[in-house]
Design a protein around this ligand. Structure first.
Ligand code: FAD
Length: 356
């Protein structure tokens, strides 16, 4: 059976919910299809010690402030899951969990959305599938010969999982690498070696997510107004000095060494020829946008992305992409940043119909 609807939102994490909020406000008929069995998007899968890099009130979706978490300035991931669960209920968002979208096709004046449990015909699609389901592993030679454990950020939960191991190599100079290396160094009973492609760049200690959002917004405004590129968040550094990272760094436990150029049976070989042996390697090497369901639309793009103007796909105006990163709106891959691009996407969809 094919069901008809104005808009299908693919993905029910924070980006999908923010889209749902604005679709509801406009009185549009829509459904949010989410592959996950329960609400919370990727927050449900983060490691135990992770907490936000902004206070609760600066981590809110449109319409509803995130309440403070008792005893914590920076809420943990469980608190975010509760907030998102409550948000969906509060606005009665029609989220259908356990539904994976396999493909989106053109079908005359509609888009056909094929799922593992039926098909939808929609006037527009908002894709909000995030990046968590597409972990990226760099092509470092020898990865397949390493005899120890190999994990990606998405597999990491807690230091206790490494009990009994002698040493762990954490690869990656971004926030995940720094936080996981700090978690293991502070709480684990293992020797931690942190390897990064370039020397780690910590943001000043007094900068948290609030300032990052302002910087990302200022950059977008400058670019939109035809002024020069202000450099954005990347110009400040790569790593937010959240308290465990600060503690590990200040205790001298977060010393990075140059990136591995090769993996062998027992560890990594660095660019300077030195070796580091380990029982496990954790690859904190990032993510790519989860866009395989859009492949049938054959849209132009580079680096695994799709060409967009704002959130709208340049070559398919009925498709919007939301929440994947700055290329779909300043800070749109953050809780506080996704609200504005979500509003703009829904506004554009409504305007497209008004014109047609
Ligand atoms: P997700 O949360 O990944 O949700 C996508 C949803 O789409 C999932 O529920 C998934 O099941 C579903 N889905 C995927 N593919 C399909 C499909 N084909 N069909 C149907 N459903 C599908 N942001 C902050 O604001 N503050 C922070 O402190 C912060 N810390 C972070 C720390 C880490 C380690 C990471 C990785 C990110 C952090 N972020 C933070 C960034 C950001 O908030 C998250 O990446 C956010 O979860 C992205 O939300 P999303 O809705 O775009 O994607």
């Amino acid at each position: 059976m094919t069901r008809l609807v104005d808009v299908v939102v693919v993905g029910g994490g924070q980006a999908g919910l923010a889209a749902g909020y604005h679709l509801r406000r406009r009185g549009l008929d829509f459904v949010v299809l989410d592959a996950g069995a329960e609400p919370g998007g990727s927050w449900r899968h983060m490691w135990d010690s992770l907490h936000l890099f902004s206070p609760a009130e600066h981590s809110s979706l449109p319409g509803r402030l995130m309440p403070a978490q008792p005893g914590r300035t920076y809420p943990d991931a469980g608190h975010v899951v509760e907030y998102l669960t409550d948000y969906g209920k509060r606005y009665a968002l029609p989220v259908q969990h356990g539904t994976r979208v396999d493909a989106v096709h053109r079908d005359g004046d509609r888009l056909l959305v094929e799922t593992d449990s039926g098909t939808w015909r929609a006037r527009a699609v908002i894709s909000a599938t995030g990046t968590w389901s597409r972990p990226f592993l760099p092509a470092v030679p020898g990865r397949d010969v390493f005899t120890g454990r190999q994990l990606h950020t998405v597999d990491y939960r807690r230091p206790a999982d490494f009990a009994g191991l002698g040493s762990v190599i954490v690869v990656g100079g971004g926030n995940s690498g720094a936080q996981i290396a700090a978690d293991l160094a502070l709480e684990g009973d293992v020797d931690v070696r942190w390897v990064t492609r370039r020397p780690p760049r910590f943001l000043p200690d007094d900068i948290d997510g609030r300032a990052l959002f302002d910087v990302a917004t200022a950059r977008r405004r400058a670019l939109d107004a035809g002024r020069g590129d202000t450099g954005g968040v990347a110009s400040l550094g790569d790593i937010v000095a959240v308290s465990p990272v600060r503690a590990a760094r200040d205790a001298g436990l977060l010393k990075a060494s140059p990136m591995a150029v090769r993996v062998d049976r027992h560890g990594v070989v660095r660019a300077d020829g030195t070796r580091a042996e380990a029982d496990a390697i954790i690859w904190c090497t990032g993510f790519r946008p989860a866009l395989s369901h859009l492949a049938p639309l054959r849209l132009r793009g580079t680096r695994g992305r799709i060409a967009t103007e704002g959130t709208r796909a340049v070559d398919e105006p009925r498709l919007h992409l939301l929440g994947y990163g700055d290329w779909t709106g300043p800070a749109s891959a953050t809780l506080i940043g996704v609200g504005r691009p979500a509003r703009n996407a829904v506004r554009e969809i409504a305007a497209l119909w008004a014109r047609s």
